[in-house]
Design a binder for this molecule. Structure first.
Ligand code: ADP
Ligand code: MG
Length: 376
């Protein structure tokens, strides 16, 4: 509604609503016409048949072809038949409607799962895990272009990987593959030296925590949004996670604190606040592999650096993959990959990449300059 108002699109949108309501109205009127005609017609034919029976049967009784008893019996039997006949019409109608609905449900139920678990999934040890890609190529369903092409790298347990590159270069896609939201077309993704396709999906998703680029909040309280409604989370743990995500002060400034209702029916949080709620979830549930998709894109640089400091303190028992367009966020990562159009074009530590004088070095210098200008 805000966008429509801001761009003066009310008339066009009202037309669209008018058109669909008109269509809906017409179809309903058709239905009413049909059902409206149905009952009178039915009664008409029942009574017509009665008239025919009276006429023909009456004459035959008069001429003595049948007895009066036969005639009365016939009329009575016919009356008994009328209602079952009508009921049959109803039932056929109901069955047809039901079939249409059943067909729709059937299509959903018959859709095969794209992500399958093996018969006997392997369980990973609950400890920091290594993560590697072996010449992984992937394109989204119904697209021709590769979102990732021949991507290979590996991260040791407890190490961190930074991912940078222009928009659309495949950074988020790479993270989706680690959570096994999709399977690669070629190559394999390995966690703790096991192919993801051999693992227990439930354990995988518990070990791998993904803080997405566009955080989604359920309508509910901030507490429920951070804990996913888990009532076993202690106040202390919750506060710790919120503090790490630089969210605690914000929560305290709200009138209802943690119980503030957000989402469709409550307070609308700003982009940066939503992002920090998602981060707090990540800090609270962080499994042994933590994936962060541009986690500080919508907060100011001071808050960003405090969040990142907290994050780097976590690396001791976690493998971290962090995407960021702000290079200072990935600077301390043990290894950094630069993606372009799904291909790894540069790879190394911060210092090594600066020496390459490629995309990373150029972007780094530009962002340093921007920060200096801001500081003035
Ligand atoms: P980044 O996170 O680096 O900005 P993405 O991984 O989101 O890039 O996207 C990589 C490429 O894949 C882009 O060309 C994008 O258009 C395409 N893409 C992303 N998501 C989908 C999707 N769900 N379906 C089809 N194509 C997609
Ligand atoms: Mg992305």
């Amino acid at each position: 509604m805000r966008i429509i108002k801001a761009y003066n699109l009310e008339e066009g949108e009202a037309d669209k609503v008018d058109r669909s309501s008109g269509d809906y109205f017409r179809r309903n009127m058709q239905l009413v016409h049909t059902t409206g005609a149905f009952f009178p017609l039915m009664l008409f034919f029942t009574n017509l048949s009665m008239a025919v029976v009276l006429y023909v049967g009456g004459r035959q009784t008069i001429t003595g072809a049948i007895t009066a008893g036969d005639f009365v019996a016939f009329v009575n039997y016919l009356g008994l038949l009328t209602w079952p006949m009508m009921a049959m019409g109803w039932v056929i109608n109901l069955i047809q409607r039901g079939r249409a609905s059943l067909d729709r449900i059937g299509t959903i139920l018959a859709t095969p799962r794209e992500i399958r678990e093996p018969e006997k999934p392997r369980l990973l040890p609950e400890e920091p895990l290594s993560l590697s890609f072996r010449s992984v190529s992937f394109s989204y369903p119904r697209t021709k272009e590769y979102a990732l092409r021949e991507v290979s790298f590996s991260v040791a347990p407890g190490e961190s990987l930074g991912l940078v590159g222009p928009p659309g270069s495949g950074k988020s896609t790479l993270l989706h593959l680690v959570s096994r939201l999709y399977d690669p077309d070629q190559g394999s993704v390995l966690l703790g030296n096991e192919d993801l396709r051999k693992l227990d999906l439930w354990q995988l998703r518990r070990l791998v925590t993904n803080v997405p680029q566009e955080p989604f909040l359920f309508s509910g309280t901030i507490r429920e949004n951070i804990t996913f409604g888990d009532e076993d989370v202690s106040e202390k743990e919750l506060e710790k996670a919120a503090r790490k995500a630089a969210l605690w002060e914000t929560i305290r400034s709200l009138q209802h604190g943690l119980e503030t209702v957000v989402g469709e029916r409550g307070v609308i949080l700003s982009g940066g606040q939503k992002q920090r709620v998602a981060l707090a979830r990540g800090f609270l549930y962080g499994g042994h592999v933590l994936l962060l998709d541009d986690p500080v894109s919508q907060v100011d640089s001071q808050t960003a650096s405090s969040i990142l400091n907290n994050l780097w303190l976590e690396t001791a028992n976690r493998t971290i993959v962090i995407v960021s367009h702000r290079l200072s966020a990935v600077r301390s990562a043990d290894r950094i990959l630069v993606l372009d159009q799904g291909i790894v074009v540069e790879e190394g530590t911060h210092e090594e990449l600066l020496r390459l004088e490629g995309y990373y070095a150029r972007t780094w210098h530009m962002q340093q300059l921007e920060e200096e200008i801001h500081a003035l």
